[in-house]
Design a protein around this ligand. Structure first.
Ligand SMILES: Cc1cc2nc3c(=O)[nH]c(=O)nc-3n(C[C@H](O)[C@H](O)[C@H](O)COP(=O)(O)OP(=O)(O)OC[C@H]3O[C@@H](n4cnc5c(N)ncnc54)[C@H](O)[C@@H]3O)c2cc1C
Length: 597
């Protein structure tokens, strides 16, 4: 029999959202965090650019402008009530982080420094506004360290390197999770009144990605297997500036600091696609522009990459052309030393992986799979909702990248994920604790580890005719080529068939390592199953949506179609069958308009 533990609230995931949830839940309820990684190794630590909040420290700004920019950035698919809530809460959330000791970069007079980021504008002039609060180019790292220290200080309990493999639902309520302790291979049952999933994204299903190896979509796959729908999975963001071939992210902050994109002819091509804010247009717009430039033969060496130039000569020249000034009105002229101080980690990546010094040479970049707008459907208190009518499943919560509130709609603005983590992580934690304090434990099912036992036995008894690495690489290539920046009916049908074929072949996989201690072959096999599930839901949802909106661009349906498609997709999985449903978008103040930048 597995080890059994009992807690009021279980948080699955120790990244920004999970830690924020745990910190708030543990104030009033017995709370534990279960994480497959040591918490400070979570992907939140890779976030470079910053966290958006309308503090107005450097120039005029307002949470209402932030709200409108987010609605517009979402291509009008975001739920406006939730967006307004997030953008207004963002200001206090950043101040809370400051009070917890987060070492933000400062202005000369000691306030939190802010920089421009794609799609964040002054709503009167339409020009970029300085809204992103940052700690050099390691903002996420600082958030993670700060929150982890606070959790330790407040005696939050951690089960590190425990991987959750199943969710227990009894009588339509959350009852706990089943996890494997990686160091021993033993199963543990965590009996809980409330469960919060904060397991991050699933970008590893694409070949070129900025995402960590852990981004295999465990949370979405586990809940989908238990009959919970996934929302808006066709919307996945491709960030335009991944390092050529490697996909490692070059933060948008490089363009915020004045970097310019060029094609093979040396043209600043974004002038054509976003005449007003050019290189600071939203990510979907720039990734698509790169695709169109590639189609026109303007990519470098015919290899589908472009140059991002942040050398002082280029930054200063284009700052003059654009009339960009510093807050005191003087021309925006930078030195190599200033660039280095703003993006030290990026400079380090470029030198290490490319041998390129970004203060002297342009950086070769291409779109890289970056962020899941879709995920487990929730309301703004993190409560998981399971149908078109937003019926709440008692005791189940999700927050962070795994969740779809939806505040990012069809396309997330830079800096808005870190805001999402702290705002919705906090509310999920508070609500889960309040719920747990008013609820009884739901009895555990008779055999709580049944599904996990069956899964492990299947892996041990497979025929061994197929290998995880081979299926994984075929999956990633298929998704990148056919469910990537641009999609067509043909490419999506191809992907659906290919993923189904890979799912068949996956049943032949055998785990050859029979050991119990850190059996990573076993875990990677299980993770591949999660990725195959999410790939299928993504391709099927994308095939059905015959329009282009935000991160979902159909070559055969290039226009946004508000008459038929201003709605969220819900997808239920049952084996190879994906059933789709739809629910309306919440519109409060902003009627959908054409997006121009
Ligand atoms: C390179 C990069 C740069 C970025 N830069 C920015 C930025 O500047 N600004 C911004 O707003 N956003 C940025 N983002 C996006 C943002 O960082 C992420 O969306 C966000 O950090 C996700 O946080 P999270 O808490 O949801 O997940 P994570 O921080 O990834 O945490 C997930 C946690 O879940 C745990 N977990 C997963 N599966 C299991 C399982 N089966 N069992 C137990 N535990 C599990 C992991 O151990 C981990 O602790 C960036 C993303 C990347 C990849």
């Amino acid at each position: 029999m597995a080890n059994i533990h009992q807690f009021d609230v279980i948080v699955v995931g120790g990244g920004g959202a999970g830690l924020m949830a745990a910190l708030n839940a543990s104030k009033t309820a017995r709370t534990a965090v279960i994480s497959k990684l040591y918490p400070v190794r979570s992907h939140t630590g890779a976030a470079q650019g910053g966290i958006g909040a309308a503090l107005g420290n450097i120039e005029e700004d307002s949470p209402d402008w932030h709200t409108f920019d987010t609605v517009k950035g979402s291509d009008y698919l975001g739920d406006q009530d939730a967006i307004e809530f997030m953008c207004h809460e963002a200001v206090q959330a950043v101040l809370d982080l400051e009070h917890m000791g987060l070492p933000f970069t400062r202005t000369a007079d000691g306030r939190i420094a802010q920089r421009p980021f794609g799609g964040h504008t002054n709503n009167v002039t339409g020009k970029p506004v300085r809204r992103s609060c940052y700690a050099a180019d390691r903002t996420g790292h600082m958030i993670l360290q700060t929150l982890y220290q606070q959790c330790i200080k407040n005696n939050t309990l951690f089960y590190d390197e425990f991987q959750v493999m199943d969710l227990l639902l009894v009588d339509g309520k959350a009852a706990g999770v089943v996890a494997v302790e990686l160091a021993t291979g033993e199963l543990h049952v965590f009996h809980a009144k409330a469960v919060i999933f904060a397991t991050g994204g699933h970008g590893r299903i694409w070949e070129i990605t900025s995402n960590a190896y852990a981004y295999t979509g465990d949370g979405c796959a586990i809940t989908a297997r238990r009959g919970i729908p996934l929302e808006d999975m066709e919307f996945f963001q491709f960030h335009p500036t991944g390092i050529f071939k490697l996909g490692i992210l070059i933060t948008e902050a490089v363009r915020g600091e004045g970097g310019i994109l060029f094609n093979a002819k040396g043209e600043r091509f974004m002038e054509k696609y976003a005449p007003r804010i050019k290189d600071l247009a939203s990510r979907d717009v720039i990734s698509r522009a790169m695709y169109l430039e590639t189609r026109a033969g303007n990519d470098v060496n015919g290899q589908r990459f472009f140059y991002l130039d942040v050398t002082p000569e280029t930054v200063n020249k284009y700052a003059d052309l654009d009339g960009r000034t510093r807050p005191d009105g003087t021309p925006y002229h930078v030195t190599a030393a200033e660039i280095m101080s703003k993006i030290p980690d990026i400079a380090d990546f470029c030198l290490t992986y490319l041998g390129v010094d970004p203060t002297r040479q342009p950086i070769p970049v291409q779109p890289t799979a970056h962020y899941a707008m879709g995920g487990i459907p929730t309301d703004k208190y993190g409560r998981v909702v399971v149908d078109e009518k937003n019926t709440v499943l008692p005791g189940l919560y999700a927050a962070g990248e795994v969740a779809c509130v939806s505040v990012h709609g069809a396309n997330r603005l830079g800096t808005n994920s870190l805001v999402d983590l702290v705002v919705f992580g906090k509310h999920a934690g508070l609500d889960a604790a309040a719920y747990a304090n008013g609820a009884d434990f739901t009895p555990l099912p008779a055999n709580p580890t049944e599904l996990v036992d069956e899964t492990i036995a299947r892996f041990q008894n497979g025929s061994g005719k197929e290998r995880v690495a081979k299926i994984g690489s075929e999956l990633r290539a298929e998704m990148f080529d056919n469910v990537g920046v641009f999609r067509t009916q043909e490419s999506l049908e191809h992907a659906v068939e290919k993923v189904k074929e890979l799912r068949e072949r996956y049943l032949q996989v055998k785990v050859t390592d029979s050991g119990k201690i850190f059996n990573m072959e076993m875990m990677q096999t299980w993770e591949l199953g999660n990725m195959l599930d999410l790939a299928l839901v993504t391709a099927v949802s994308a095939l059905a949506r015959t329009e282009s909106r935000g991160g979902h661009a159909r070559d055969d349906f290039p226009a946004r179609d508000d008459v038929n498609w201003l709605k969220h997709t819900l997808a239920w999985m049952n084996g190879d069958q994906v059933t789709l449903g739809y629910k309306p978008v919440v519109i409060t103040k902003y009627m959908p308009k054409e997006r121009t930048y």
